[in-house]
Design a protein around this ligand. Sequence first.
Ligand SMILES: [Zn+2]
Length: 61
Amino acid sequence: MARNDDHHYADCQDPDCPRFPCRVYKEGWQAGYWRGWSDGETAGFAAGYSAGAASAAPAAS
Ligand SMILES: [Zn+2]
């Protein structure tokens, strides 16, 4: 498969693309994505868990 070396980094579809802007863009995107995912999951879990635990254990206090 021939590589298109003229594509824009944001349009790059090749996960192993050797072009520098593509690699940097993917790294940044993945880092941001996973960090946002993990922050959101942690916050959502904390909020949902305490609410769920409170309603599931009415005799806790
Ligand atoms: Zn690329």
